[in-house]
Design a protein around this ligand. Structure first.
Ligand SMILES: *[C@@H]1O[C@H](CO)[C@@H](O)[C@H](O)[C@H]1NC(C)=O
Ligand SMILES: *[C@@H]1O[C@H](CO)[C@@H](O)[C@H](O)[C@H]1NC(C)=O
Ligand SMILES: *[C@@H]1O[C@H](CO)[C@@H](O)[C@H](O)[C@H]1NC(C)=O
Ligand SMILES: *[C@@H]1O[C@H](CO)[C@@H](O)[C@H](O)[C@H]1NC(C)=O
Ligand SMILES: *[C@@H]1O[C@H](CO)[C@@H](O)[C@H](O)[C@H]1NC(C)=O
Ligand SMILES: *[C@@H]1O[C@H](CO)[C@@H](O)[C@H](O)[C@H]1NC(C)=O
Length: 276
């Protein structure tokens, strides 16, 4: 059990790239206990909650990376998990089973909770939330480098807008990842993702609400991510996502030797995970 968690933790580092280099332990990305008071859960509710947490953990092993359901009639619990679009099967299940153990600890004695980890989110509540967007609260994380001019900001904005459009209007995947050549030597990478219980239109609204906030919080940085309970956007000059056809996702080499060392370290541990 401990080993699985350790593996997962290090696997996350691989993809967290530049941001994690500053804060290595930041696997957990946020939680929200949704304003509910802390009081002992009824025995019936607790039993349904335990069942739905176990369901999420096992369903994630065979699903396409997301699902939602409800359990119970008189005291129903609504539950949902959603792995990032580039993560499925084993890694999705690692994340969801980890989150299903952690969520009740992050939100003890609460009827509802949302927890975010880098690769998945998990949510439960006594009220149905499927298909509804949440644009508050939001969380964000920033890289260490600033942009050098407004032109750079505008190009980033254009790229993010095009990803939102590709995820919601040009496809119904509710998720898109891509990159562009920023200059002859630099690339930029991006990802947008919505909970896959949302409609295209709800997804677009959620992403646009986040995008509005990036003007204030984020876009002066070269690398940032922002997310709410139902969608996320990430932008970076480092490759941070997994390409589905590749068995490993080595980030491109970069000139800061400290980071290269970190990546090697992580890749070795990742290999150990596979062996286990
Ligand atoms: C929690 O309460 C605040 C203030 O009443 C509200 O703005 C916010 O949307 C609520 N959050 C959730 C997740 O319901
Ligand atoms: C989602 O969960 C429901 C309820 O357990 C199940 O019937 C369904 O097959 C699952 N869907 C996928 C795509 O795994
Ligand atoms: C869900 O739980 C909250 C907090 O205990 C309660 O105020 C609310 O009425 C419950 N909703 C339903 C549909 O039971
Ligand atoms: C980035 O910008 C912030 C605020 O404008 C400033 O405080 C910080 O020193 C800058 N960092 C670098 C590395 O230039
Ligand atoms: C981006 O740059 C790579 C080499 O760095 C090149 O192979 C590729 O064709 C470029 N793509 C575009 C769209 O210019
Ligand atoms: C990646 O895999 C998909 C199917 O899973 C396939 O359609 C696609 O052509 C592959 N792409 C590359 C670059 O091999």
């Amino acid at each position: 059990m401990v080993v699985t968690q350790t593996c997962f933790g290090f696997f996350l580092l691989l993809s967290w790239g530049t941001i994690v280099t500053k804060a290595k332990t930041q696997i957990f990305m946020g939680s929200n206990c949704q304003n509910t008071s802390q009081e002992p859960l009824s025995i019936a509710y607790q039993a349904n909650l335990d069942k739905i947490l176990a369901w999420m953990s096992s369903d994630a092993a065979t699903s396409k990376g997301y699902n939602h359901t409800s359990i119970g009639i008189n005291t129903p619990v609504y539950g949902q998990y959603d792995c990032r679009g580039d993560v499925a099967e084993n890694f999705c299940q690692f994340c969801v089973s980890f989150a299903s153990r952690e969520a009740p600890k992050r939100c003890p004695n609460r009827v509802s909770a949302i927890v975010w980890y880098e690769y998945c989110m998990l949510r439960y509540s006594n009220e149905s939330f499927f298909g509804k967007i949440l644009t508050h609260p939001t969380w964000h994380a920033l890289g260490t480098k600033n942009v050098s001019n407004m032109e750079e900001v505008r190009r980033g904005e254009g790229f993010v807008k095009s990803m939102i459009s590709k995820a919601t209007q040009e496809s119904n995947h509710l998720y898109y990842l891509g990159s562009f050549n920023f200059s002859s030597t630099q690339k930029r990478f991006g990802m947008v993702h919505c909970g896959r219980d949302l409609s295209n239109e709800a997804c677009r609204q959620c992403l646009e609400a986040l995008f509005e906030q990036t003007h204030k919080c984020c876009e002066q940085n070269i690398g940032w991510s922002i997310w709410s309970g139902t969608c996320m956007i990430r932008y970076d000059d480092q490759m941070f996502y997994r390409l589905s056809n590749q068995t490993s996702s080595l980030p491109p080499s970069n000139d800061e030797t400290g980071e290269s060392k970190d990546y090697k370290f992580v890749i070795i541990l990742f290999f150990i995970c596979i062996v286990l």
